[in-house]
Write a protein that binds this ligand. Structure first.
Ligand code: TRP
Ligand code: SF4
Length: 332
């Protein structure tokens, strides 16, 4: 029997290349080797955006469309929406009882989130729900009793807490019911944003999976290069090219990279020309994904059907787990 994987992404709307390279590409490669569950974490989105819900429905759809376009196969993987499965919230209640408060207060990822939010929007924005972020995430994973969780490196601290909660639950109720899930990291290098910082929607430095070729090219032309190379006939150094060459490293073939290096160090190729070529390579890679995306965008009823079917299937499995948990604890 195949082991299970489960992973989720917050419903932040259209996804960028950081999501694609850091997470989705990994899911696509793993989906056949595991019994795979992928969900949109719309409750997790609410932990920070409970007062900005106008686009929530569309955001959920956009995330699913990006997954489908990127190669998550709904015939192979179960795709679902967290909030369509109330049993996850029920499990969250049980897990919250066995989780010591200082475990969530120590969570480094949560601390960072809270700090950013506090600076931007003030203390009141940090809700009780946000403090429960790692427990809810544990409920997501444990609801399917998954053995593995394919995530980006930034989520590993959360999964450590999940392992601790699973172990503590098992100890308290003298059971071996829950697995201690392990993170499955992928090898791909992290892609930075156009300005050299972490790629993110809110930093305005991202390239979206859904961007068209023209937009992509325009954005790539703004990518940071070797800042010592001021004029075209200055010789450049790819090692000091903080964004454009980093992208070449991710997307270029060996030959292309060698060509870029020689063009750069001899000043026979200018940065603009170099970046136009880079944009072409990236556009070529994403052309089939973007075409598939346009298909799903034109057929919202198909997307809706995939979400409903997947959520029914996931709910069925999750109900089994939560019924067992009720029995183990001794609920009425
Ligand atoms: N916290 C994850 C993120 O921000 C999303 C997430 C929610 C998740 N629940 C999960 C990931 C369970 C893996 C497993 O991307
Ligand atoms: Fe970077 Fe290319 Fe310019 Fe060299 S030529 S600095 S690799 S953008």
């Amino acid at each position: 029997m195949k082991e299970r994987i489960v992973s989720g992404m917050r419903s932040t709307g259209k996804l960028h290349l950081g999501h694609y390279l850091g997470v989705i590409d990994n899911w696509v490669k793993l989906q056949n080797d595991f019994e795979s569950y992928f969900f949109v974490a719309d409750w997790h989105a609410l932990t920070t955006k409970y007062d900005k819900t106008e686009t929530l429905k569309q955001d959920v759809k956009d995330v699913v469309i990006d997954w489908l376009a990127s190669g998550i196969d709904p015939e192979v993987s179960t795709i679902y929406v967290q909030s369509l499965i109330p049993e996850i919230a029920e499990l969250n209640v049980y897990l919250s009882m066995v989780t010591p408060q200082n475990w969530v207060e120590r969570d480094p990822t949560l601390k960072d989130m809270a700090k950013i939010l506090r600076n931007k929007e003030g203390d009141a924005q940090i809700s009780y729900g946000l403090m429960g972020y790692p427990v809810l995430m544990s409920a997501d994973i444990m609801a399917l009793n998954a053995q593995n969780v394919p995530v980006g490196i930034d989520q590993v601290a959360h999964i450590e807490i999940t392992r601790d909660i699973a172990r503590r639950f098992n100890n308290i109720y003298k059971t071996e019911f829950f697995n201690e899930p392990k993170p499955l990291l992928n090898k791909c290098s992290l892609i930075c944003g156009l300005d050299g910082n972490k790629m993110g929607k809110s930093f305005n430095n991202d390239i979206k999976i859904s961007d068209d070729e023209e937009t992509t090219t325009k954005k790539i032309m703004t990518a940071i290069t070797d800042t010592n190379r001021i004029r075209k006939d200055d010789k450049g150094n790819p090692e000091n090219c903080l964004v454009a060459y980093k992208y070449w490293e991710i997307f270029g073939t060996k030959e292309e990279k060698a060509q870029v290096c020689s063009g750069c160090t001899t000043a026979s190729v200018g940065c603009a020309q170099c970046k136009r070529a880079l944009a072409e390579v990236i556009n070529k890679k994403f052309a089939p994904i973007r075409e598939k995306r346009r298909y799903y965008e034109a057929h919202p009823e198909i997307v809706e059907e995939i979400i409903r079917t997947g959520s029914d299937r996931a709910r069925c499995e999750i109900q089994k787990t939560v019924n067992e948990v009720r029995n183990i604890i001794g609920m009425y």
